[in-house]
Design a protein around this ligand. Structure first.
Ligand code: GDP
Length: 530
């Protein structure tokens, strides 16, 4: 390494890599805008209107880009905040793309949960929180839309604790709500931060009043001052005190209140992220080694592949989370799955506002690698070591259709398109051992339409769906001799997936349980770690 160790360590220490989890409409996009505004990435954060025109498939970034004429490419943004560097990973909002979201959550070290103060805990938030619980990811919470009439803040915290099974430690406490929203009291700083409307698009000097007993507070917010003092006693009695240790274990979440639209409170949350969220954390490998972020040699894994981000280039970008060490332009990486070295001279970085070539990146960062077909979700890159990172899930699809061509001569393109879309995680494809069918499996209904549209647009293939008698699928493993026998006996229900993994495709759940009973030596799994 051509730089001093201390510089390398400080580069890693200043990074924070997180994602926002929320139910659609809670304010994820708006918060992202304000966060970028604080990161000086965008000078004037615009509001996005008319965005919800059913184009769920597009990432919010692309919509932002289009409507504001600025380039906020891709689903990864890097921006500076104070003396730190923050990586924010976007998670697609629509439930049908949950697989993509789950995998993105394997690439972050902490999450921000956004809750609409009028609605409380909603379905999608519950689902996403379940995923973060698998790795006990530390969670910060922002309760949004205090400029509207909301539910009682204490009730909201109770609901988070009851439903999501995580303790709440309020860091700020709201004063009033809706038209009477006066600001928040910061419990740790012992100061009141006053809210002013009409400041949504810029960073303004804000007025703060130090000390809860300060008479200035009474003159500033009148009767709300006394109410706040009484309320705080109740809040302190009924909620948990912040504990950094419990936060890092994922047992407790610091809670902030505010309004993203009014650009109020987002910076308090960012301060919390910088102060408390973990610097890049290492990852576990299949070789039973834990690779720490501060390990000097480069390693990383691909958690997402996105096609045609730039329609002019028709390229496919593999998003790689750097687990350890440092990326340098032109460096050689070892592609662990195929056992080959590759030289990477044109990785992309995602400095907010631009998608540009980069010279270096550190553990915690996301780099974009041009993928010409050799990269799959879950692939590991190292500095020569043979291990692979674990924990990047594939989920057994729950919906199946046979896909058929209108023009039978295009079978090759169809297969190519499907396999590429499967590598991206857009859909899963199964090829039965016994016939030439192509079966598409999806976790959500919308995926089917997206696949047909993309086959047409990107591969010039006209395809349609037919019913197929498959209701569930399981990946199968076992001792090679047992698997061989199993294959002979159940060939009719077997297929290879897009990555040539053997899969049992069952016409009914009953059929699946019978097969599981009859072949106890075979392991059937509903998720596959890549
Ligand atoms: P997403 O679906 O989670 O990305 O949510 P958006 O950021 O697109 O917000 C959904 C809607 O709520 C938009 O109309 C926003 O303008 C609005 N919104 C977001 N934050 C606030 C807020 O703090 N107050 C109010 N009143 N509206 C908000």
């Amino acid at each position: 390494m051509d730089m001093s160790d201390s510089n390398f360590i400080s580069e890693i220490n200043k990074r924070r890599t997180f994602a926002i989890i929320s139910h659609p409409d809670a304010g994820k996009t708006t918060i992202t805008e304000k966060v970028l505004l604080f990161g000086n990435a965008i000078q004037v954060a615009g509001t996005i209107k008319g965005r919800k025109s059913g184009q769920h498939a597009k990432s919010d970034w692309m919509a932002m880009e289009k409507e504001r004429g600025i380039s906020v490419s891709t689903s990864v943004m890097q921006f500076p905040y104070l003396d730190h560097l923050v990586n924010l990973l976007d998670t697609p909002g629509h439930a049908d793309f949950s697989e993509d979201t789950y995998r993105t959550l394997t690439a972050v070290d902490s999450c921000l949960m956004v809750i609409d103060a009028a609605k409380g805990v909603e379905a999608r938030t519950i689902k996403l929180m379940e995923v973060t619980r698998l790795r006990d990811t530390p969670i910060l919470t922002f309760i949004n839309k205090l400029d509207r009439d909301t539910r009682d803040p204490i009730d909201l915290l109770d609901e988070v604790e009851d439903i999501l099974k995580i303790k709440c430690a309020p860091i700020t406490w709201p004063i009033g709500m809706g038209k009477e929203f006066k600001g928040v009291y910061h419990l740790l700083r012992d100061e009141t931060i006053l809210y002013k409307t009409g400041q949504g698009h810029t960073i303004q000097a804000i007025k703060t009043i130090k000390g809860i007993d300060n008479p200035e507070l009474d003159s500033a917010i009148g009767i709300y001052a006394e109410e706040l003092r009484e309320m705080l006693e109740l809040v302190r009695g009924a909620s948990h005190e912040f504990s950094h240790e419990a936060f890092l274990k994922g047992e407790l979440t610091p809670v902030f209140f505010g309004t993203a639209l009014g650009n109020f409170g987002v910076d308090h949350m960012l301060d919390g992220l910088i102060d408390w969220a973990p610097a890049p954390i290492g990852r576990q490998t299949d070789a039973d080694i834990f690779v720490a972020a501060k390990e000097p040699s480069f390693s990383g894994f691909v958690f997402k592949i996105q096609a045609n981000m730039d329609p002019k280039h028709r390229d496919r970008i593999a998003f790689c989370r750097i687990v350890s060490g440092k990326y340098e332009k032109g460096m050689k990486m070892h592609h662990s799955r195929i056992g080959k070295d590759v030289r990477i001279s044109d990785a992309l970085t995602f400095l907010a506002g631009d998608r540009s070539l980069l010279d270096e990146a550190y553990a915690g960062d996301i780099i974009g690698l041009h993928n010409h077909g050799s990269m799959r979700i879950g692939d590991t890159f190292t500095s020569g070591e043979k291990y692979a990172f674990t924990g990047i899930p594939n989920f057994a699809p729950e919906l199946f259709k046979r896909i058929r061509l209108r023009d039978p001569l295009k079978q090759k393109q169809l297969l190519k398109g499907l396999i590429q879309l499967a590598e991206e995680g857009a859909v899963q494809v199964f090829r039965p051992l016994m016939n030439n069918d192509l079966i598409v499996g999806a976790v959500g209904v919308l995926q089917f339409d997206v696949v047909v549209a993309r086959l047409k647009a990107e591969y010039n293939v006209d395809a349609l769906y037919e019913h197929v008698n498959v209701s569930t699928a399981r990946w199968v493993y076992g001792d090679p001799r047992k698997v061989e026998e199993f294959m002979r006996k159940t060939e009719i229900n077997l297929a290879y997936d897009g990555g040539d993994n053997l899969t049992y495709i069952a016409p009914t759940m009953v059929n699946l349980s019978l097969a599981q009973e009859r072949y106890p030596d075979i392991k059937f799994t509903a998720t596959r770690e890549q």
